[in-house]
Write a protein that binds this ligand. Structure first.
Ligand code: LLP
Length: 435
């Protein structure tokens, strides 16, 4: 039995072989090559529906915007649109994918702290629901760019709420020192600029304290800070906060012994905090928007690698298993010391041997995907499956060592559809210009 808080809903072991979405992992690897990222459509759709259902039960106006940075392909954005979620994008190209997929522009939030004029112009021309503004400089540019427009552009202000998230420091974004968000004292200047700009319409406030969060209390506290600032904006500047967003960040366990945070408790904590603090400040309830990325896609994705070789210790035990991918398709262990769970997809029921490390193919000592994993003694040709690999892997992938990036398939009911083709050497060299 597979622990389904780590593996996709449809993942099973049948005759010792991993199946996902009714497809045999080894057959997928044979058909598409490795490394291969396999996404389970049922898990994706269920995760999206669970978010909507949890907030619907809270009985207040809400929006769920999938954070595209965790993983974006047109097919995934099509699922997002079909399920009725909005989308958060952070670049012109992410916006392009959203449009290709038919995500309604009104349901798009465009984030960023250093966007080009061209990107902002595209967002405004296409009518994105909200441009989320992180700096006074960008607010200035946006005001200039939208001056004289008949239809004012909706905007939200992102603030640094001064709340430290308990997570890896590279993915904590809420403290006052973070690179993200306007310091609360800058809100007055921002409000004045917005009020003086006919091309801009203030929608509300946003914060995102970090990613991979298991602590609901600090998310509730973030809502409280935002409501307090919303009250201040109303009293001092007459601005109404129609929408309020504590960002995304809900964590996803990646080890069997970890527990998934409770989505109902998450929705209840945010909603209760919003209700309580709005009542205390006599503010009308704004729409609550959340922006989950990882918790939608992480568990739906399984990475498949071929075991290429081994490094044996003096006693003959396996010190390292080498696989045909690594830090260029999954930077997370090297960058955040992220830990993962794995199994041998072609011999999942064989008895495990002593713990081994799984290292990637890239020329870097830090290219170790798993440090301490118990697998059946593996041989070249075996297929390694890494769980919870859907988030911040392909979206952060590089072509380090000029190795082409992996393919991705979407599986459901025994059928696998290619959603991202494998990169070719020609693709990798396409931008290379000889003297
Ligand atoms: N909203 C905003 C404004 C964000 O900056 C992020 C993530 C999200 C939503 C989605 O957060 P999620 O629900 O996925 O935690 N590369 C890192 C994570 C970086 C997250 C950046 N911002 C990692 O691999 O852990």
């Amino acid at each position: 039995m597979l622990p389904h808080h780590i593996w996709p809903d449809t993942a099973t072991i049948s005759a010792g072989r991993l199946q996902i979405g009714g497809c045999d992992a080894q057959a997928l690897a044979a058909a598409h090559g490795t490394p291969l990222y396999v996404f389970d459509e049922a898990t994706l759709r269920r995760a999206m529906r669970a978010y909507l259902a949890a907030f619907r039960r809270q009985g207040l106006p809400f929006g769920v915007h999938y954070a595209a940075k965790a993983l974006l392909t047109t097919a995934l954005a099509q699922l997002v649109a079909q399920e009725g979620l909005g989308l958060d994008v952070v670049s012109g190209a992410e916006l392009l994918v959203a449009r290709r997929a038919g995500v309604p522009m009104a349901q798009i939030h465009f984030h960023g702290n250093a966007r080009s004029d061209a990107e902002l112009e595209r967002a405004v021309a296409w009518g994105v629901g909200a441009v989320v503004v992180d700096t006074l400089d960008e607010l200035e540019r946006l005001a200039t760019l939208t001056a004289g427009r008949a239809q004012p552009q909706g905007l939200m202000l992102r603030v640094a709420p001064g709340i430290e998230a308990r997570t890896h420091r590279y993915i904590a974004t809420g403290d006052a020192d973070s690179k993200f968000g306007l310091p609360p004292e800058a809100l007055d200047a921002a409000a004045q600029r917005i009020r003086a700009s006919a091309g801009l319409r203030f929608l509300g406030l946003h914060a995102h304290i970090g990613s991979q969060l298991f602590d609901l209390e600090r998310l509730g506290a973030t809502v409280a800070v935002l409501v307090r600032l919303a009250a201040r904006l109303r009293t001092r500047h007459g601005l109404t906060t129609e929408e309020l967003s504590p960002g995304g960040g809900l964590g996803t366990p990646s080890l069997a012994e970890e527990t998934a945070p409770d989505l109902e408790a998450y929705a209840a904590t945010l909603s209760a905090s919003l209700r309580q603090h709005c009542a205390a400040h006599a503010l009308p309830l704004p729409r609550l928007t959340v922006e989950p990325g990882r918790s939608i896609v992480a568990r739906a994705g399984v990475a498949l690698y071929t075991v290429m070789g081994r490094k044996l210790a003096a006693d003959g035990s396996i010190r390292y298993l080498y696989v045909d991918g690594g830090m260029a398709d999954n930077l997370r262990p090297a960058l955040y010391h992220a830990r993962y769970t794995a199994l041998l997809a072609n011999r999942a029921s064989a008895p495990p041997g002593p713990p081994v490390a799984v290292a990637g193919r890239y020329c870097e000592s830090g290219d170790v995907l798993l440090r301490d994993v118990r697998l059946p003694p593996a041989h070249p040709g075996d297929l390694l499956a890494v769980a919870t690999a859907g988030a911040y892997t392909l979206s952060m992938a590089s072509t380090y060592n000029l190795v082409p990036r992996p393919a991705a398939v979407l599986v459901a009911a025994g059928r696998a559809r290619l959603i991202q083709r494998r990169e070719t050497e020609a693709d990798v060299l396409a931008r290379d210009v000889p003297l």
